[in-house]
Design a protein around this ligand. Structure first.
Ligand code: GRF
Length: 190
């Protein structure tokens, strides 16, 4: 499979979006491959899944290192793996302006709201509190502004009477797992 875009995925937790990206990448016509799964949390559940699926992993806690040294190490791991595009998937750390500039227009993220609505945290609770009838998720380019880069793809999900943040999050997550691989594939072939 020649000329597939080499993607590095950054996770902090269970990594279900990373799993969706990696599962899609097993299809012969997928235009990207996952060449590294990296985490700031050495005990992230997603790392176990990646290892058991023979994906290269890198784990480093920033604790005691400081942000610049930590990010330099992540940057080196990505470059050593030949990564061309970085996909954030539940990565719970803000990237520095230096890191964003080094990977300008080559970092994407999935966010659980219909951006530009509800940047940041607690998106589902905020959508319910606002009496929205539709929620969803967005894949966007990462810039220096939190959740502020160009939107590459979105999926809408109904908000039902009686929904709480957890029930809505579960419904949106199903949509995330379909949206992210599709949007990343379109992005790398743009
Ligand atoms: C997802 O809801 C994603 O949109 C948000 O964090 C969550 C990560 O879930 N950025 P997972 O680790 O991919 O399962």
């Amino acid at each position: 499979m020649a000329d597939r875009t080499r993607v590095g995925v950054l996770i902090s937790g269970r990594g279900s979006n990373m799993m969706a990206l990696a599962t899609a990448a097993r299809e012969p016509d997928c235009p990207y491959e996952i060449v590294l799964v990296a985490s700031d949390k050495p005990d992230a559940a997603g790392l176990d899944w990646a290892r058991s699926h023979d994906l290269p992993t890198f784990a480093l806690s920033p604790r005691g290192l400081g942000k610049p040294a930590y990010e330099a190490a992540i940057d080196s791991a990505l470059r050593d793996a030949g990564v061309e595009v970085v996909a954030l998937a539940g990565y719970m750390r803000l990237l520095s302006d230096t890191f964003v500039a080094a990977w300008r227009d080559r970092i994407v993220n999935i966010h659980p709201s219909l951006l530009p609505k509800y940047k940041g945290l607690d998106t589902h609770a905020r959508a319910i509190a606002a009496n929205d009838t539709v929620g969803g998720c967005s894949v966007h380019l990462v810039t220096e502004e939190l959740d502020g880069g160009a939107v590459l793809g979105q999926a809408e999900v109904p908000i039902r009477p009686g929904d709480d943040a957890d029930s809505l999050a579960n419904r949106v997550l199903v949509a995330e797992h379909a949206l992210y691989p599709k949007t990343l594939a379109a992005f790398v072939t743009r």
